[in-house]
Design a protein around this ligand. Structure first.
Ligand SMILES: Nc1ncnc2c1ncn2[C@@H]1O[C@H](COP(=O)(O)OP(=O)(O)OP(=O)(O)O)[C@@H](O)[C@H]1O
Length: 294
């Protein structure tokens, strides 16, 4: 359902009650998240909180055990290529470039969901195909210019420095002309200078009308960047709000420091396990544990 959230903004992504279980482990538990056009939303949480699993549910890599994911009012089919076709593109935590292809070819690969020319047209290399090929090439070069890598168009991807490989992944994702871009730890492994450049790049992407949802562990980066931040802890959304709200929430601080807090996700289960362990050791006291809420 596409709803107007402010005067001009519309809901691009609407995830409702998304739950993902792997056997006995609930990696994501009943998470709701909306992203509107023109917005940058940050997704934070300690290691293992379920952030990437949630991304995988949004992009069709996983079929959520429960819940629903809609893009611009249409429920998404759980197939990655159909999700890309619908308008959601992503990058991965671990860079997934075609290392033996050139920089330009990597971006061209990202355009395949937007080229209409079929197999026969490609094999016969007719005028329709040549025209489409030229248009794709032009668009790919524009994107390389946008990320500042046009001068390396014919370099092999594997020869790029790490920071540039991350940028190339973003260009490849943009080549599919998304309305929503999901970035999974875009500054991982970057130095502070590269991180600043990436921050400007994400703002520029947003200014082109693309909504952005970004997972990051670099708190300065995420709080500078995001209009709104959601924090996952043990698969549950603990809090969502502006940088000030989330930064000031004691539960978020506690979750990062591993300090237990009242009502923490999983706290009941931890208490049960502790009680069972204490019973097994013939100890009647269940207190005294300094274990975290994980
Ligand atoms: N395919 C899978 N099968 C079984 N368990 C999984 C699978 N994928 C993720 N998990 C588990 O789900 C939980 C959440 O993992 P996930 O990678 O989503 O966390 P994360 O918040 O992205 O962590 P990080 O910040 O370290 O990347 C972890 O306990 C992880 O081991």
């Amino acid at each position: 359902m596409t709803t107007t959230t402010t005067s001009t903004r519309t809901t691009v992504l609407d995830a409702t009650g998304v739950t993902m279980r792997f056997g006995g482990l609930t990696a994501v538990r009943s998470v709701d998240l909306q992203v509107s056009s023109g917005e940058i939303v940050g997704l934070i949480g300690p290691n293992g909180a379920g952030k990437t699993t949630f991304f995988n549910c949004l992009t069709g890599l996983y079929v959520p055990t429960e819940g629903r994911v809609s893009y611009k009012g249409t429920v998404l089919p759980p197939k990655p290529h159909l999700v890309t076709q619908a308008g959601i593109a992503r990058t991965f935590q671990n860079i997934r470039l075609f290392s033996n292809m050139t920089v330009l070819e990597n971006v061209l690969v990202g355009r395949h969901t937007r080229t209409k020319e079929g197999l026969w047209s490609a094999l016969l290399r007719g005028p329709g195909f040549k025209k489409a090929e030229a248009a794709s090439h032009e668009r790919a070069m524009e994107l390389l210019e946008f990320i500042g890598l046009q001068h390396k168009a014919d370099h092999l991807a594997r020869n790029l420095p790490y920071g540039e490989q991350r940028k190339l992944e973003i260009a490849r994702a943009l080549a599919s002309e998304p309305g929503l871009l999901l970035l999974d730890e875009p500054t991982a492994g970057m130095n502070p200078q590269e991180t600043r450049v990436t921050e400007d790049l994400v703002f520029a992407i947003r200014d082109q009308g693309i909504a952005v949802l970004v997972i990051e562990h670099d708190m300065r980066f995420i709080f500078n960047l995001s209009d709104r931040v959601a924090c996952l802890v043990q698969g549950e959304k603990l809090v969502e709000g502006t940088a000030e709200v989330v930064q000031g929430d004691e539960r978020v601080i506690a979750a990062y420091l591993g300090t237990p807090f009242e009502g923490a996700p999983g706290a009941e289960e931890v208490a049960e396990v502790e009680a069972a362990e204490a019973d097994a050791h013939g100890d009647t006291s269940t207190t005294g544990s300094e274990g975290d809420a994980k």
